[in-house]
Design a protein around this ligand. Structure first.
Ligand SMILES: [Ca+2]
Ligand SMILES: [Ca+2]
Ligand SMILES: [Ca+2]
Ligand SMILES: [Ca+2]
Length: 230
């Protein structure tokens, strides 16, 4: 290749040819790598080293150069799905997720809320106090119990109970109603303190207890008695 002009085709940023004239007049040709290769961008280069002599007519020779870029483990793990779904329990701190992909996190419910109990009574007596007249029929409305449990599924399902012989608690839709059982006589007993207990159905069930004061209002149902002292 003495006296030849050698060029590389096509021109690339990555490669160039360097020629060194040897003592015997020949040229040593080296292919020099100028820039970093990225196999993920270009995995193969097809180049031609074209040598042209100085003759007339010019003669030329072509050397095909195929460069195959070997893989280096220079990438983070590649996700083979667009989205990943993982399940964690709520209330657990989430570690940073160390790569760029869409992660959908389903939060498993933990039973961390006890049922909340709200009592609605008639009149102005206040929510934890009901007033009913004595002698009203059995089944008279005393209070409506509204329960809310912020958890989901069984952790958020609930039931309530009431232990008091003179009153009964029944489901009413998702609420509960407290009504009288039998006829109440103020002259026998004028106040009741009802204990309402609600629990959820979580594996570790949570309960909440609240109280309702029921006052029995007097009506004039007793005639005066005469005591004759002899
Ligand atoms: Ca919860
Ligand atoms: Ca709950
Ligand atoms: Ca009475
Ligand atoms: Ca009375």
């Amino acid at each position: 290749m003495s006296g030849d002009k050698i060029s590389l085709q096509p021109n690339t940023e990555q490669f160039e040819l360097k020629t060194n004239l040897q003592p015997d007049g020949s040229q040593e040709v080296r292919l020099i790598l100028r820039g970093a290769l990225d196999r993920e961008s270009v995995s193969q280069y097809r180049l031609q080293a074209i040598a042209v002599d100085g003759g007339d007519p010019e003669e030329y020779g072509i050397l095909e150069i195929i460069i195959i870029v070997a893989d280096a483990n220079d990438n983070h793990p590649v996700f083979d799905q667009d989205t990943y779904e993982v399940t964690i329990e709520e209330n657990v701190p989430i570690d940073p997720i160390p790569t760029e992909t869409l992660v959908i996190i389903h939060v498993d419910d933990v039973n961390d809320n006890a049922p909340e109990i709200m009592i609605h009574t008639l009149g102005d007596s206040g929510d934890n106090e009901a007033v009913i007249l004595e002698n009203t029929v059995s089944g008279t409305f005393v209070a409506r119990i509204v329960v809310n449990d912020r958890d989901s599924d069984d952790n958020g399902r609930y039931n309530c109970s009431l232990y008091e012989d003179h009153f009964v608690l029944d489901p009413f839709g998702s609420d509960f109603l407290i009504t009288t059982r039998g006829i109440l006589d103020r002259e026998k007993r004028s106040k009741f303190s009802l204990i309402i207990k609600c629990h959820d159905y979580g594996k570790q069930a949570l309960t909440r207890t609240t109280f309702l004061q029921v006052s029995i209002e007097d009506i004039n149902d007793n005639c005066p008695h005469f005591f004759i002292l002899i």
